[in-house]
Design a protein around this ligand. Sequence first.
Ligand code: ZN
Length: 429
Amino acid sequence: MTKSFMPQLNNMEQLLDHQLKGLKWTVNHAYNGSKFYKAQFDNAGVKPEDIKSLNDLSKLAFTTGKDLKEGYPLPLLSVPEKDVVRIHASSGTTGKRKVLSYTQKDLDVWFDMFARCYEMAGLTKEDRVQIAVGYGVWTAGMGFQLGCEKLGAMAIPVGPGNIDMQCQFLVDLQPTVFCCTASMALLMAEEVNKRGIKDKINLKKIILGSERCSTAMRIKIKELLGLEDMFDIVGMTELYGPGTGLDCNKHEGIHYWADQYILEILNPETLEPVEDGEIGEMVVTTLSKEAAPLIRYRTRDLTRKHTKQCSCGNVLPLHDKIMGRSDDMIILRGVNIYPGQIDEVLSNIDEVGSEYQLHLERKDDGKDYMTIKSEIKDGFSLKNAQNIVNTIKRKVKTKIMVSCGVEICEYGQLPRVAGKSQRIFDNRD
Ligand code: ZN
């Protein structure tokens, strides 16, 4: 029988007990091991022994990306340097990278978490996993690779690109699982069909990392490759790397490994907890990380927690998909709006395409106004435009609680760029 990587926890009470133990260990460890954390605690007037319940977490100061960069090259280090067995770094584009250090125990925990992702996706030792993500100083390749070996499945570490080798191995080595980004998955799906090798391959599942994938794209990839299922894996370098959560085959949300970190969802403006089920910034606190523990680390990623347990029965809680960055938040007439919310509303309307822009202006009456510019979907006609405009206005009003103007244009009219499109045009003072 394959070993299980699921935590031995039967209910929420046991999980919370486990979290409190981990939190107490972490605050002691960080306070005693790191000058940075000791100063943070001292500034906040808190001692490790003040943390007696999970509610006491709110007494602790936040840690940010800035702290990581300022601590370069080995930020947050809470163990002697000789105990560090590896570093990884973020693929940051500006300034100093975020470098994170790991003890052997940190690596073991990470790969156990990753093996758990594979287990949740239904993989066993029998599976063969072709890994088409980047290997190097960043965490992706190592996570997928060593998690796979931990599970006991066969890893085929091809790395990204290299389409000829990918296709050859798909046929010759008969992998059952493929790991990549969403755009790579679409590329491979099209390539397999173009080369006429669909009947010669044995792919059953794809595990997608790090990139958002629309429902339409997901369906297309699944159909082109004849897959059983596709899964989203989450993670970030600061928090070990990829492998800290995965959506199960019910696809009701992403199970996150709450036995290894506490997830708070906070309003990025006030830093107070949001109401149950509301969108806010993910703030994480690790429970056993040794070399670079995180205490209330502000990830800037936005999501919401699900309040209900997943119908699969697993006690590990769910969060929603990542809905953008808190830096992109707009405040309109006192309401916090995230572009991800607009995205979500638009993607649930059949006739509307995926490109959109948000224009904000302050009119003579002193009030702020938002106009959504959106394209009609390819193949649809503008004849019905007024109905679509009304639908968008109504859905934005009910889902996001703001009124807006809507302009709808032909498919292809909004600009496309290779990188990240500018979607927010804030013309207020
Ligand atoms: Zn589930």
